[in-house]
Design a binder for this molecule. Structure first.
Ligand SMILES: C[S@@+](CC[C@H](N)C(=O)[O-])C[C@H]1O[C@@H](n2cnc3c(N)ncnc32)[C@H](O)[C@@H]1O
Length: 270
């Protein structure tokens, strides 16, 4: 019976994805994220406030880095890692040969996107910030030549237009005050802003879940696509290119995980 299931899963990769998804909802061993629970509207603000700092748990960096090291090893060997490929493909056309431009990643964790840039030869000068001091401590020890700061995405201390390119590194979905985080991201950028790996729901209002990530309960926000694009426009961000990474099936329907590259309009240049 087990062998038959294995054979079926091997033959039909889509079935494999669906099985992984079902297991990720119930069992933490099958995914970084598990145990998704959709929050009722009345529960959202209380839970969001309670869980807003959950990524600062000191247990997360070592667990995440274990996974990241494996991905970086594969990427260095030339294998495709969907999120890394999308990041490189979106930024490459804007990397000017022989000219280094500054890049800030907000929500940088241990700073591994600096390796992604280096491994594919993109000449950005990488800077990272994260609200977790445990992650920043790890980033500083792994990449002593780079600049890292402990910063909250909703109240950055960088002056306006500090970096040529700013990446919101898959963190918007964990920030209850996402509107301010978008405004801050746009404020510190001079030219380009990349919202990397952002789950959006299409044709439905924003949905908020609790989930377990790396063994810690946190929230995950799937923004309504309409609201997200409106918030970008409100901050003078014009969408240049988007990449759809995956489509996740959630209890309410599909959520597209997208990376959205924007240009800051000239009128909002610092
Ligand atoms: C899912 S990880 C993303 C890591 C990496 N940037 C990537 O794209 O794979 C989310 C990161 O956002 C950080 N984060 C969450 N809320 C934040 C906030 N309010 N300000 C700054 N960083 C935050 C977390 O500490 C964590 O390192």
């Amino acid at each position: 019976m087990k062998n038959m299931a294995r054979r079926l899963l091997k033959r039909y990769p889509r079935l494999q994805d669906a099985a992984k998804l079902v297991m990720s909802y119930v069992d933490p061993r099958f995914s970084v994220s598990s145990q998704y629970v959709l929050l009722a509207k009345s529960k959202v603000s209380g839970e969001a406030e309670r869980l807003a700092k959950s990524w600062t748990a000191t247990s997360i960096p070592a667990r995440q880095r274990q996974l990241v090291d494996r991905q970086l090893q594969d990427f260095a060997a030339g294998k495709s890692i969907e999120a890394f490929d999308a990041f490189v493909d979106l930024l490459r056309p804007h990397a000017q040969e022989g000219q280094s431009q500054s890049l800030l990643e907000i929500g940088c964790s241990s700073g591994y996107y600096s390796d992604v840039l280096r491994l594919r030869g993109l000449p950005f000068v990488y800077n990272g910030c994260d609200y977790s001091s445990a992650f920043i401590e790890m980033a500083r020890s792994l990449y002593p030549g780079l600049n890292f700061r402990v910063e909250d995405a909703t109240q950055l201390t960088y002056p306006d237009a500090s970096f040529d390119t700013v990446v919101s590194g898959c963190c918007l979905l964990h920030i209850p005050n996402y509107e301010t985080a978008i405004a801050e991201t746009a404020r510190v950028a001079r030219n380009l802003v990349l919202f990397h790996r952002t789950p959006l729901v299409i044709g439905r209002p924003t949905e908020v879940f609790t989930k377990v990530a790396y063994g810690v309960k946190t929230i995950e926000i799937h923004l309504s696509q309409t609201l997200f694009y409106q918030l970008l426009a409100d901050r003078g961000l014009k969408v240049v290119q988007t990449a759809t990474l995956t489509t996740e099936q959630t209890p309410r329907g599909p959520a597209e995980v997208v990376s959205v590259l924007c240009r800051k309009s000239e009128s909002s240049y610092g």
